[in-house]
Design a protein around this ligand. Structure first.
Ligand SMILES: C[S@@+](CC[C@H](N)C(=O)[O-])C[C@H]1O[C@@H](n2cnc3c(N)ncnc32)[C@H](O)[C@@H]1O
Length: 237
């Protein structure tokens, strides 16, 4: 099973074998793959997007250790204290700040005493970074279309404090990708997001945002920059 290096690095020093785990924000199920590779007994993979849910079902078809749950992480359909390992790999950067605290509360509710939490995400990039400038256009388009940003970058210390406020104790924080490789296909995907948001904007405005996103993606090409971190925490027994 293919496990991205960043996921493997984040889980390498965690005890996952025979545990009941939860991947919060499953996307294509990369952390689910990492958890299974590390010996998980059962993985709940949760996403609120039907297309992601279909992709995860297809990727793990026939593997009865994986249970796909299509739900909002602000209201997880699992009982209290039912999960021993929680991962949020590249979840928080897609969460607007009004979703972060309710999701931290739900992930804490379903975590059993003694549980492990692994939160991996990208440090905020400086404003002059070419990739950050493309994300700024994406956020502008998303804000104009939905009054919500597409991407929010939380510093490691902020997420550590968010979960610390819910009783989690910090174990370690370390870099798992440095620099982060922003490939041409990443930048193309973010440009496509701008096009999607532009569909609900007046033509002239939408077109300006698309043109700027395309220009930034083209002039950047690809870029190695920024840092992906992993914060590991434990819930006291
Ligand atoms: C960038 S992807 C995460 C990638 C994945 N964890 C990985 O390691 O590759 C973010 C995922 O979180 C999901 N998500 C975002 N907000 C959510 C919410 N409120 N409830 C459930 N899933 C959510 C998105 O639908 C998407 O599947």
């Amino acid at each position: 099973m293919e496990v991205p290096d960043s996921v493997a690095a984040a889980l390498a020093d965690r005890d996952v074998a025979d545990k009941t785990c939860l991947e919060a924000g499953a996307g294509v199920g990369n952390a689910t793959a990492g958890l299974l590779d590390a010996g998980a007994d059962h993985v709940y993979a949760i996403t609120d997007r039907a297309d992601h849910a279909d992709g995860v079902r297809e990727r793990f078809a026939g593997d009865d250790r994986v249970e796909l749950i299509e739900a909002d992480l602000r209201d997880v359909p699992l009982p209290d204290d039912s999960v021993e390992v929680v991962t949020a790999h590249a979840l928080f950067n897609v969460l607007p700040n009004d979703a972060a605290a309710p999701i931290a509360a739900e992930l804490t509710r379903v975590a059993a005493p003694g549980a492990t939490l692994v939160v991996d995400d990208y440090e905020p990039m400086p404003p002059e970074s070419p990739v950050r400038r493309l994300f700024a256009v994406e956020n502008a388009a998303a804000e104009l279309a939905n009054a919500r940003p597409a991407l929010t970058f939380y510093p490691a210390d902020g997420l550590r404090r968010l979960f610390g406020g819910r009783g989690w104790e910090h174990d370690r924080t370390r870099a798992i990708l440095e620099p982060a490789p922003w490939t041409e296909s990443h930048l193309t995907a973010h440009t496509a997001e701008v096009r999607g948001h532009a569909e609900s904007l007046p033509d002239a405005l939408g077109q300006q945002l698309i043109t700027e996103a395309e220009r930034l993606a083209k002039t950047t090409g690809e870029s190695d920059e920024g840092r992906m971190y992993s914060v590991a925490m434990e819930l006291p027994e």
